[in-house]
Design a protein around this ligand. Structure first.
Ligand code: PRX
Length: 634
């Protein structure tokens, strides 16, 4: 494998070089991947904030993740699919993965999917989901993976936005040994959506019975059989060709389709594996996320495979059959790099630590954690339990790879508790005053912003909506065209950043990013609801949970209202978005201009002092809300 990093580069010189001369820096990193045709230009930033990386270069994500390794490591394991729910464990060598991806690509092609067409993937954590993603990349189709925990309304919104020619799904997921039907939700979503996919490919796992729609639905096993010997040529695409759309929550109820390119993403992920995650070809990475989230896209599927590593896809909980299951996989597959989330560690923390030490963890070099704040007790506990470096890293769906991290592949860097570290190479990070846009010095709280051009691998735009991309991300700080992360942070005098929470209404439940507005819209569809506000409040296990405050239209009909509201969210968005509680109240705290004062609601629900409430129209409302909460607690 090509070593693009300059030998003996220290973090500081490397980061400075990446900012001072991004063209030189990234042309060097670009050597990490295969280019069928070299690019004409490293960066076109003639139309800010849109950056086009490696334009004119022809490449392919699937070729780089699979085909490129066949000669050197065709017989090495590429994919391990473990389900502690069905008790199945399957491994695929790079050669076998290549064969399966070719079959899946042939199914796509013979059913009319071509370059640029969208394919929506709504699947549990099974090997076929990985084949589907790679098959799309192989033929230049654009995949959009929707988290399997989302229900019909969420799915329908994504179908209408992405307009997929085909949907690939399974008839069911499985939890605690019980089938969780996907197919009825999918059929409902397609019925709700205005746009209709031509074909729906179903992987029948034999978990739950389902009905097929004639002409539209295809059976994966039968289609695979028809294409058993298929070879599908790689579609060489321009580096700027979109590889996928991944929907994420924001301030409005309408999720944003984060659009990613091909060449820049491949380069950035490969570079991140070398310089941040320190995984090496021939080793195994185990990322415990889900393919429906960005961590799954980048560090279950693409980054390990691009780097010639085996990857583990895991279906199940960290506690079944017992709390040692993940660590037994580390031993069995000699995992060198593991990536999880603080919530998962907090779940394990309730178990006997001997489950973790029972296994031989000598292959493991690092445990990376991301997605939500890593609190010190959790970091300490896991560090002591496994005796390995625990590395916090901070990023977003939008960026695709870490913005802040300890970059041990470049240099041994000291950790600071509570900090995900220093800016990753390529990220020109500024801490700004949200009101004036002025740059702040050490120890002052501000918005974390990134000066354009964003480095390779970050979002290109919002799918189908360039104007929304510019307005949402680049025009929120006064007087500057600069990317806002919508996270508060501070930087200490050594340049280490600390994350202090979101500046917008996005909440983070067990590492899952949710928009409170989406939940409010779902709750509002209940016929007996006049008004509702949802806020995120601190939770010991999940980091945050959503809490709703609802005013009924008919205050005499509230006995079962909370349960009904929960059901509404479950059926529309999925249980993942269900609030922990919905309090039935008779008023909400508002400013004189009628805006709901969410921070006051949050403070009261967390049992804190709401602070300055002088702008509030009726201050007695908070007393009422406090009483409702206390009544429910007692
Ligand atoms: O608020 C930050 C939080 O999660 C948000 C991004 O979530 P998502 O798009 O799901 O991407 C997750 C990729 C790891 C951020 O805006 N966040 C992410 N990592 C951290 C974090 N908060 C604190 N510490 C982190 N390490």
């Amino acid at each position: 494998m090509v070593q693009a990093a300059k030998q003996n580069a220290s973090y500081k010189t490397m980061h400075e070089a990446s900012i001072a001369d991004p063209i030189e820096f990234w042309s060097e990193q670009a050597k990490l991947i295969h280019w069928e045709k070299p690019f004409n230009q490293v960066l076109d930033y003639s139309n800010p904030p849109f950056s086009k990386w490696f334009e004119g270069g022809l490449t392919n994500l699937c070729y780089n993740a699979v085909d490129r390794h066949l000669a050197e490591r065709g017989e090495q394991i590429a994919l391990v699919a473990v389900s502690t729910e069905t008790n199945q464990e399957k491994t695929y060598t790079f050669q076998e993965l290549h064969t399966e991806v070719n079959r899946m690509a042939a199914i796509l092609k013979t059913n009319g999917v071509n370059k640029g067409d969208r394919v929506l993937i709504y699947m549990p954590m099974i090997a076929e989901a990985c084949f589907a993603m790679l098959a799309c990349a192989r033929i230049g189709a654009i995949h959009s993976v929707v988290f399997g925990g989302f229900a019909s309304h969420s799915l329908a919104a994504r179908i209408d936005d992405a307009q997929p020619k085909m949907i690939i799904s399974a008839e069911a997921g499985i939890r605690m040994g019980k089938g969780v039907p996907y197919k009825p939700l999918l059929d409902e979503a397609i019925a709700l959506a205005e746009f209709k996919p031509t074909k729906v490919l179903i992987v029948n796992r034999g978990l739950t019975p389902y009905t097929s729609v004639a002409e539209r639905d295809l059976d994966y096993a039968a289609e695979r059989e028809k294409n058993i010997a298929a070879q599908v040529a790689v579609e060489w695409v321009d580096a700027t060709h979109p590889s996928y759309i991944l929907y994420t929550s924001g301030t409005t109820g309408k999720p944003k389709g984060v659009q990613r390119d091909t060449g820049g993403y491949a380069v950035a992920l490969t570079a991140s594996m070398q310089h941040i995650f320190c995984g090496k070809p021939g080793e195994t990475m185990f990322t415990t996320s889900d393919i429906g989230w960005v961590v799954g896209h980048s560090y279950i599927i693409y980054a390990p495979l691009l780097n010639g590593m085996a990857t583990i896809m895991y279906e199940g909980t960290p506690l079944r059959p017992d709390a040692g299951i993940w660590w037994s996989l580390v031993e069995k597959y000699k995992v060198s790099v593991m990536f999880s989330a603080p919530t998962a560690v907090r779940v394990l923390k309730k178990q006997d630590p001997s489950f973790l030490t029972k296994y031989d963890l000598s292959s493991l070099r690092y445990l990376f954690l991301a997605g939500e704040p890593l609190d010190e007790p959790t970091a300490n506990w896991i560090h002591e339990a496994i005796n390995k470096p625990v590395v916090d890293n901070y990023w977003q769906t939008e960026t695709g790879w870490p913005i802040l991290a300890i970059q041990s592949g470049i240099e041994t860097m000291p950790h600071k508790f509570g900090s995900p570290g220093l800016p990753s190479f390529g990220y020109n990070i500024k801490l700004l005053d949200d009101a004036t846009g002025a740059e702040l010095g050490a120890d002052a709280k501000g918005v974390i912003a990134i000066e354009g051009p964003l480095p390779p691998g970050c979002m290109q735009t919002i799918w189908g909506d360039d104007a929304r991309y510019v307005k949402t991300y680049w025009e929120s700080i006064p007087g500057k065209l600069i990317y806002s992360t919508f996270d508060w942070g501070i930087k200490d005098s050594d340049g280490y950043f600390f994350i202090l929470g979101r500046t917008d209404d996005v909440i983070n439940v067990a590492g899952h990013r949710l928009g409170t507005r989406e939940i409010e819209e779902s709750l509002s569809s209940h016929p007996n609801l006049a008004e509702v506000a949802v806020v995120g409040i601190a939770d010991q296990l999940k980091g945050q949970v959503a809490i709703g405050f609802a005013i009924p239209k008919d205050a005499t009909q509230t006995t079962t209202l909370e349960a009904e509201l929960m059901k509404t969210v479950d059926s529309q968005l999925g249980a993942v978005a269900r609030p922990a509680r919905v309090y039935i109240v008779n008023a909400l705290p508002k400013t004189r201009s009628g805006k709901i004062v969410r921070r006051a609601l949050q403070a009261v629900a967390e049992g804190r002092d709401p602070g300055d409430i002088s702008t509030m129209e009726d201050q007695a409302v908070l007393m009422h809300i406090k009483e409702v909460i206390e009544q429910k607690r007692s």
